[in-house]
Design a binder for this molecule. Structure first.
Ligand code: NAD
Length: 520
């Protein structure tokens, strides 16, 4: 369509069904199977991508490793300068790349752009980091000795990303990996290869201009097989995986099996608790965005809404009409600035949404919104025939329904009531996942409890802020089945380096630690 053509040509991507190489190791190639990129709003094929073969993947890993040796020899602040130039390249195309994310992934225009902005932001952070990633100098118990803790690059970071943040997740990892002196190999989601190719094409000239090999930021498009090649290769020192709990469990085991390092950013099952003393209008806005935004396809989307019994009816009487109103939540083309609800990413996701709702009602649960299910025609948007649109829905499942413990990656919000904050925290923590959580309250004692050892067990524990929409400043990640490790800000960079403890003796004696005597 001309709509797709416009977005693709703004980034110099062919839009006429021509085959695009999906492997970059300094040169563009790809002789594996052809992968199709489909627009979730229309169902049309917008790209044909040549994926990597197993051999090409192994070869790219070897080239990435060699490129890492060049990068690690570059002083860290110079690497930071390269990251700053990558930031500039991205910033000059925020709108164009954002639109490609909307076209290929399906999220609305401002969120597509927002995700590219997140990449820009983490580059700023990493540029500063390149001059401040400090090791430590520690006192020694031995006279005229000193102990250093020194961060050095790991080597190669493998980045395996999910479909729902086709740009930002790579950005978080790339910026930190480059600043800390590692080369990267990216295996994007098989359903968002165009975003990966466009980003790599923007980075490539920056590397070239700075005399760095292209394989410092290499790319292998492909499916499960290509992912397995990256995960299993001992040259990939750190595997940073973002995706489902099911795949993450497999990846974690495979990396552990070869004693590699991993960061696992897996599924969430995020709750908002609205207590009796909350500002309900704040909570309402936060819940609406976090539950409905991105059509429920964020790892931090609100899945569970826990309402204090005294405000439950009042809160729902405001929330449900918002779900039921097309003027509050316009459904349509994600590329139209007024649209707030775009499509689900795939038709499989629509089936999972339908199955989940059918199971909940069969188990005796109640659907609270007047609209539910697939949306067959989206008005005012000519290409909607094959689109994966569904109505965001609020439901009250039975308390023993299995849905409470599982992540369904779709806009379904489960509601339950509670009597005491302790009970609400227990419900919040009673799921396998531990990514994001929010408490709405104006009570300082409740805040303290929520943030302390008796509080939420998640990696994100917001107060009067929804579960989604984190900034890059803090370390991002979860606990329990959400996985292991942190990305983005905070101390996340410390996972991208190997730490050495070095005791240095500047005396002319050889004393031993702990007073051990060995005859000298
Ligand atoms: P997915 O698990 O289906 O795929 C993720 C990646 O793994 C893809 O690149 C895929 O090709 C690859 N892969 C699949 N099998 C593999 C294997 N055996 N070995 C190696 N790689 C393999 O996830 P998805 O559907 O793309 O993404 C949605 C999921 O991601 C949700 O569960 C969501 O919560 C999660 N997510 C988590 C975070 C977070 O930060 N915690 C962020 C975004 C998404």
């Amino acid at each position: 369509s001309t709509r797709a053509q416009r977005v693709l040509s703004a980034l110099d991507l062919p839009g006429d069904g021509q085959s695009i190489p999906g492997v970059f190791d300094g040169d563009w190639k790809g002789s594996g199977e052809e992968m199709l990129s489909k627009c979730p709003a229309t169902g049309e094929v917008i790209g044909r991508i040549q994926s990597a073969t197993a051999e090409e993947t192994q070869d790219t890993i070897a080239k990435t490793k060699e490129a890492g040796k060049v990068l690690r020899a570059m002083p860290a602040p110079k690497r930071g300068e390269v990251v700053r130039q990558i930031r500039e390249a991205l910033a000059s195309k925020v709108g164009e790349l954002g639109d490609l994310v909307s076209l290929e992934m399906g999220k609305i225009k401002s969120e597509g752009k927002g995700e590219v902005q997140e990449f820009v932001d983490i580059c700023d952070y990493a540029t500063g980091l390149s001059r401040s990633m400090a090791g430590r100098v520690l006192p020694s118990e031995r006279p005229e000795h000193v102990i250093y803790e020194i961060p050095n690059p790991l080597g190669v970071v493998g980045i395996l990303s999910a479909f729902n943040f086709p740009v930002a997740v790579y950005g978080w990892n790339l910026a930190l990996a480059l600043a800390t002196g590692n080369s990267t190999i990216w295996k994007p989601s098989p359903t968002t290869p165009l975003a990966a190719i466009a980003v790599t094409k923007l980075i490539q000239p920056v590397l070239e201009r700075n005399g760095l090999p292209g394989a410092v930021a290499s790319l292998v498009c492909g499916g499960v097989d290509v992912g397995k090649e990256v995960v299993g290769n001992p040259s990939v020192d750190l595997v940073s995986f973002t995706g489902s709990e099911r795949v993450g469990k497999e990846v974690g085991k495979a990396v552990q099996d070869r004693f590699g390092k991993s960061i696992l950013e897996l599924g969430g099952n995020n709750a908002v608790i609205v207590d009796k003393d909350a500002d309900l209008s704040l909570a309402l806005q936060a819940v609406l965005f976090a539950a409905v935004g991105t059509a429920g396809q964020r790892c931090t989307s609100t899945r569970r809404l826990l309402l204090h019994r005294s405000i439950s009816e009042q809160f729902l009487s405001k929330l449900i009409p918002l779900y039921d109103s097309t003027s509050t939540l316009p459904v349509g083309d994600p590329l139209e600035p007024s649209t707030l609800i775009g499509p689900l990413h795939t038709s499989t996701a629509v089936e999972m949404y339908e199955t989940r709702l059918a199971d909940i009602t069969r188990n005796g649960g109640e659907i609270l919104t007047s609209r539910q299910g697939r949306i067959d025609s989206v008005k005012g948007f000519d290409g909607s025939k094959g689109g994966n649109y569904v109505w965001p829905t609020v439901v009250k499942p039975k308390l023993d329904d299995p849905c409470w413990k599982q992540e369904t990656f779709a806009p379904i919000l489960y509601v339950a009531e509670f009597e005491t904050l302790e009970q609400a925290i227990a419900i919040n923590n009673a799921v396998p996942q531990g990514l994001s959580s929010s408490l709405f309250t104006n009570n300082v004692q409740s805040m303290g409890k929520w943030l302390g050892p008796e509080g939420s067990d998640c990696g994100i524990t917001n107060i009067n802020v929804g579960t989604s929409g984190a900034e890059i400043g803090a370390a991002f990640g979860g606990n329990k089945s959400t996985g292991w490790g942190r990305e983005s800000g905070g101390d996340a960079w410390k996972q991208y380096v190997r730490w050495s403890a070095a005791t240095v003796n500047y005396s002319n004696k050889m004393p031993l630690a702990q007073g051990v005597n060995f005859g000298f």
